[in-house]
Design a protein around this ligand. Structure first.
Ligand code: R5P
Length: 282
């Protein structure tokens, strides 16, 4: 078995290869003068693992090209972050189900596909091949244990993220709750933990994705007003669009961390071990 990765997922691909005690294949990435992508893979093996997050259009095309280059071999696909997954239904007439379009295109020539903390597991049913979702909740828990955050209150920003926050909290036996939004008047909302008090506590807000940072920045400001001692943010996929990191820092968040499903300066834990374990167990 050998591992091959897209340009933007090469560090995670390398870590997966290390965890599997196998090789990562050297790939030449370049562009034609008209902007079309060109890839050329080194020596492929009969069993291939293709790794690539869909973070933009080019990374999606790179994945398609890498899968095609593996034609005639057993090919398993790892999509650590699957962009477009949040458009998982037609919210308005005339819209595509983007998650389905991406999943179907990436299924061709693939025996099995793995995602990591996908926004909604129902997206797995859009793949025309076997698909399974993995979780880095334990890695986030292990990271929190390594820091000097004592007895944190783990908070999900909404009910939808509760199961994930509980999985993180279980790793350390920490308190866990989710934030509730209460409309106080036409233009005022109060965001606070549903059952627990954040006063005097170190709070870690955990979510699958931080995109614009709007959700967590608003929550952090309110938690600080409610007397939280320090607020931290930990996510799986650090999309960090449009100045999100600075936005979160200026909202008073002490530390913002993410995994390497999208490789960032603030990637502090890796999805490699969970992915390698799943690939090894197949
Ligand atoms: C939404 O359902 C997701 O779980 C995240 O909460 C959301 O994508 C975060 O977006 P933003 O950082 O733009 O507030």
């Amino acid at each position: 078995m050998k591992v091959i990765g897209t340009e933007r997922s090469q560090i995670l691909a390398g870590r997966i290869a290390d965890a599997l005690k196998t090789e990562i294949i050297d790939v030449k990435f370049s562009k034609f003068p008209d902007g079309e992508l060109y890839i050329r893979a080194g020596s492929l093996s009969d069993q291939m693992v293709v790794v690539g997050s869909v973070t933009d259009s080019d990374s999606f095309i790179e994945l398609l090209l890498l899968i095609d280059a593996c034609e005639g071999r057993s090919c398993r696909l790892v999509i650590p972050y699957m962009g477009y997954a949040r458009q998982d239904k037609k919210f308005r007439e005339g819209e595509p189900i983007s998650a389905r379009a991406i999943a179907l295109a990436l299924s061709r020539g693939v025996e099995e596909c793995f995602t990591v903390n996908i926004h909604d597991r129902k997206v797995l049913s859009f793949f025309s091949t076997k698909a399974r979702d993995l979780s880095v909740a334990e890695s986030i828990g292990a990271y929190i244990k390594e820091t000097n955050i004592a007895n944190p209150l783990v908070l999900a920003p909404d009910d939808g993220a509760s199961a994930f926050a509980q999985a993180v909290a279980r790793t350390g036996g920490w308190d866990c709750d989710h934030l509730d939004k209460t409309r106080l008047s036409g233009d005022t909302v109060r965001i606070a933990p549903r059952n627990l008090d954040a006063k005097g506590r170190d709070v870690v807000i955990v979510d699958d994705i931080i995109s614009t940072g709007g959700t967590i920045a608003t929550a952090a400001s309110m938690l600080t007003m409610q007397g939280a001692r320090h607020v931290y943010a930990a996510c799986v996929h650090g999309v960090l669009a449009g100045g999100a990191y600075a936005r979160l820092k200026s909202a008073g968040i002490r530390e913002i961390v993410c995994s390497d499903t999208i490789e960032r300066g603030c990637s502090r834990y890796s999805a490699a071990v969970q992915i390698a374990h799943a690939l090894d167990g197949c």
